[in-house]
Ligand binder design. Structure first.
Ligand SMILES: Nc1ncnc2c1ncn2[C@@H]1O[C@H](COP(=O)(O)OP(=O)(O)OP(=O)(O)O)[C@@H](O)[C@H]1O
Ligand SMILES: [Mg+2]
Length: 253
């Protein structure tokens, strides 16, 4: 029987490196042979695909909209149609698949479509070892429970005071939603040597990712961040994080 996939949600305040960490994590799992990985871009301003160097034609948001406004092709019911479109929205790439959630629905009730979508996701999930969700900045997804209850919630942050306050808020909301403390882990990103991570009270960060000129360069030259040289410091740190997560997944009962 296939094992349930291990779901990692990557959260944090704006611009802290959620997409960078997500894409490097996905690449790391591929390097570790943990394929296929499901990449979920849950940020309405979808850009995880760019970080991974692929293109996305449509999102679940646009599909959900259409499933209710368009005439369904003859011989198909809405249920089949949504399934069919879902398969179309899923981009298959080497070692990973990607689905972009797109914009949240506008007015009107989409509960029916949403139920179908989660059903489609449920069916899909069986194929994957790891699911990496790049979430929208802030706490929306977590507060609304849209990303469900992940096996691991990573909070990407800088070690500054504001970052720490955001960590505390995300942790509080996640805890209220029933996520156990050990499933909430901090990732310090853009760490510069000489600046020791401050004491975060609730244990040590699971990873400290250095400031890496190769990441910045990739951004400047519009190169997919996941194509930075494997020996570049940020990627080395994320690979170690991926190994650690793999151990967590193996220990999971
Ligand atoms: N370790 C790093 N070293 C150098 N630059 C980095 C590092 N991590 C991220 N960056 C840069 O920081 C910027 C923001 O990163 P990223 O887009 O991953 O953040 P984000 O949290 O996903 O942002 P948003 O909230 O807008 O979705 C990018 O320009 C990226 O290249
Ligand atoms: Mg992002």
């Amino acid at each position: 029987m296939p094992k349930k996939p291990f779901t990692i949600a990557v959260s944090g305040k704006g611009g802290t490196g959620k997409t960078t960490v997500s894409s490097l994590l996905i690449r790391s799992f591929i390097t570790l042979g943990e394929t296929p990985v499901l990449a979920v871009d849950a940020d309405p301003n979808a850009n995880l695909h760019e970080a991974l160097g692929i293109t996305v034609r449509e999102t679940m948001g646009s599909m959900r909209e259409e499933a209710f406004t368009r005439t369904i092709p003859p011989g198909m019911n809405r249920h089949d149609y949504v399934r069919y479109r879902f398969r179309q929205a899923l981009v298959e790439s080497e070692g990973f698949d990607l689905i972009a959630m797109g914009r949240p629905e506008g007015s009107g009730c989409y509960c029916f479509a949403n139920d179908l979508l989660s059903e489609c996701m449920g069916e899909l999930e069986r194929d994957y070892h790891f699911i990496v969700i790049d979430t929208e900045a802030g706490m929306e997804h977590i507060a609304r429970g849209t990303i469900g209850r992940p096996d691991l919630l990573l909070i990407v942050s800088d070690p500054g005071a504001r970052g720490l306050r955001t960590i505390a808020r995300i942790r509080e909301i996640a805890t209220q939603l029933g996520l156990e403390n050990e499933k909430i882990q901090i990732v310090f990103n853009r760490f510069r040597s000489g600046t020791a991570p401050v004491d975060i009270g609730a244990g040590h960060p699971i990873a400290v990712i250095p400031e890496d000129p190769a990441i910045e360069q990739a951004d400047l030259s519009a190169t997919p961040v996941s194509l930075v040289p494997p020996e570049s410091p940020a990627w080395v740190a994320v690979r170690e994080l991926a190994e650690r997560i793999r151990e967590m997944a193996q220990e999971r009962v």
